[in-house]
Design a protein around this ligand. Structure first.
Ligand SMILES: Cc1cc2nc3c(=O)[nH]c(=O)nc-3n(C[C@H](O)[C@H](O)[C@H](O)COP(=O)(O)OP(=O)(O)OC[C@H]3O[C@@H](n4cnc5c(N)ncnc54)[C@H](O)[C@@H]3O)c2cc1C
Length: 271
């Protein structure tokens, strides 16, 4: 009998190198896995372990699932050694995902840092699927250097969509980069988003999330207009192990994407 504890045996169809440190696995589960943008999976690399990752593909395409993974330590190094034809395990989805219904008719400011653009790509794909429901999608993305820009192969396609704009920056330039240099927060200084009818969403390293949140607040967003991907260390994914809580919230069950108004009063929001 299938249970939430039993990983689904899933084939690696393809491995796409996004950057020197980030790869996308294209996975073919034995049956479609429906998920909402922002929900996450537990991925098992057999013999190595299991960790949480958010699909980066569209929730509207469930025959295959893409997961985009930064090489960070032992498990993710094993992920980066996977080849087409290898098998992995998938449990999930877990968490709540983004409240897309609340975003309808609004402008969305989507701010990513590094591999944080991976979970956001599932959200973007969901928004792009029904673009006429949203007033505008404004994407701001920062990476360490031009080589580390994730999903660069798709930027042109995204920018051509009606009502979608994208601005990219790098912490430090190299080679023949003639784009912006500076932290992603700098891109928020002169945003022309209409604050009275907008939501801001962000995913990235904890330190970036902190400064992006402060910037959101300083340019006039209210706490309840801000959603943060709180991808804090978590283990079980289903509120049993108690590792990921902020105040009364289990990020694995109540998030990982949290409304800032709900968590801002707790001391350990940014680690
Ligand atoms: C809900 C959620 C969604 C995530 N989605 C993605 C994703 O789409 N792509 C991606 O590349 N990464 C994602 N992560 C982070 C990913 O789980 C960790 O990078 C991974 O567990 C590291 O495992 P490791 O054995 O390679 O590294 P380790 O050697 O265990 O650690 C290396 C680094 O990763 C951090 N880390 C370790 N375990 C976790 C964990 N469970 N959660 C967060 N950070 C951790 C450590 O603090 C350390 O800085 C997500 C994390 C969460 C909680």
């Amino acid at each position: 009998m299938e249970t939430i504890f039993q990983p689904l045996e899933t084939k690696v169809l393809d491995v796409i190198t996004e950057t020197p440190t980030i790869k996308t696995l294209v996975l073919k589960p034995p049956e479609p896995i429906p998920f909402r943008a922002g929900q996450f999976m537990q991925l098992t690399v057999y013999g190595e372990g299991e960790a949480p990752f958010t699909p980066s593909s569209s929730p509207f395409e469930t025959e295959t699932m893409e997961i985009t993974i930064l090489k960070a330590g032992r498990l993710t190094e094993a992920v980066h050694r996977l080849k087409p034809g290898d098998m992995v395990g998938l449990r999930g989805p877990f968490g709540k995902g983004y409240p897309l219904h609340k975003f309808e008719g609004k402008e969305l400011l989507v701010v990513g840092g590094g591999v944080g653009l991976a979970p956001l790509r599932a959200l973007l794909n969901a928004l792009f699927h029904d673009l006429d429901k949203f007033k505008r999608v404004s994407i701001k993305y920062g990476a360490r250097n031009p080589d580390e820009l994730c999903f660069r192969r798709q930027y042109q396609q995204w920018q051509q969509l009606p009502g979608v704009d994208l601005e990219v920056t790098v912490d430090s330039a190299n080679g023949n980069w003639d784009g912006k240099v500076g932290l992603v927060t700098n891109l928020l200084d002169d945003t022309d988003i209409h604050l009275d009818n907008a939501f801001a969403v962000s995913c990235g390293p904890e330190i970036m999330l902190k400064f992006v949140t402060l910037k959101f607040l300083s340019i006039g967003f209210k706490a309840d207009q801000i959603y943060l991907s709180m991808n804090r260390k978590m283990s079980c994914g289903m509120g049993i192990c108690g590792r990921c809580n902020i105040g009364p919230y289990y990020l694995c069950k109540d998030g990982p994407d949290m409304n800032f108004a709900d968590i801002q009063q707790y001391p350990d929001v940014f680690g």
